[in-house]
Design a binder for this molecule. Structure first.
Ligand code: DGL
Length: 273
């Protein structure tokens, strides 16, 4: 007899805004039967230029909301919230917390020119986590840290490829290219939505690393280890059930619904946080 382990509680995923939808997309692909609850804290975005106390408070408030909704795991789909708040959240969260930080280690393993560019928010780049990664892997490659103020705001408006976005990308990417970077780390979940626009600036030879798939795989492992996974179908097989997607935002709801629907690829309703 085959036993299907049906999910009863959702997986909670949050970001300062809509950027974490890039991670949610990979989670949905990897776990088609799970119910997913996504929080876009867009009313408080961007986190990346704010003081750490503010990011701590917001991350805690959102995580408490998710725990109150009965989630069985939390994914911090935000590098900035991870580097500032993950330890504190893990100290009290009653469920597994999966997080993300810039993929500097794999980038150093991949580069052929020996120069890696890391695109992230100012807070992420100034964090002890990034300093640690640079110390650990900086002898194997030159690691160029590039803060990208303004890009999160463009993605929050779903302006993924207009003149202003292209101008910002040119400004941030040109110095990295001029210094020989052949591998770029997307160290902010919002930037995954700029992948094609970034590709248009840097050309086809540069490797662009988006860690979303790795985060989803880690989540599958953690939820499975905690014994709470829904049925994960074999490759190509139909899922036992189609998981539900729910969206919540602290921003303007009409705008959130417009932008999330556009980035998620279908019309969705968004509730207030
Ligand atoms: N998406 C976020 C990250 O991965 C943060 C963006 C922000 O609010 O500044 O870092």
């Amino acid at each position: 007899m085959s036993v299907i382990n049906l999910p009863t509680t959702p997986i909670g995923v949050f970001d300062s805004g809509v950027g974490g939808l890039s991670v949610l997309r990979e989670i949905r692909r990897a776990m088609p039967s799970e119910d997913l609850l996504y929080v876009a804290d867009s009313g408080h975005a961007p986190y990346g230029d704010r003081p750490s106390d503010y990011i701590h408070d917001r991350s805690k408030a959102v995580a408490e909301y998710l725990v109150g909704q009965g989630v069985k795991a939390i994914v911090i789909a935000c590098n900035t919230a991870t580097v500032v708040a993950v330890e504190e959240l893990r100290s009290w969260c009653p469920v597994p917390v999966v997080a993300m930080e810039p993929a500097i280690k794999p980038a150093v393993g991949i580069t052929r020119s020996g120069v890696v560019g890391v695109l992230a928010t100012s807070q992420t780049l100034a964090s002890p986590s990034v300093a640690r990664l640079c110390n650990e892997y900086g002898s194997a490659a030159r690691i160029l840290l590039q803060a990208c103020p303004g890009l999160v705001e463009q993605v929050e408006r779903a302006e993924l490829d207009n003149a202003a976005t292209r101008a910002l990308l040119n400004e941030y990417l040109s110095p990295l290219m001029a210094r020989g970077a052949d591998t770029l780390v997307l160290g902010c979940s919002h930037y995954a939505f700029l992948h094609d626009a970034i590709r248009a600036v840097v050309g086809g030879e540069v490797t662009i690393i988006d860690p979303s798939g790795a985060v989803a795989r880690e989540l599958v492992r953690r939820v499975g280890a905690a014994g709470g996974a829904a049925d994960v179908p074999e490759a190509g097989a139909e899922p036992a059930r189609a998981g539900e997607d729910r969206f919540v935002s602290s921003g303007d709801l009409a705008q959130a619904s417009l932008v999330i629907s556009r980035l998620w690829g279908r019309k969705v309703e968004v509730a207030a946080l």
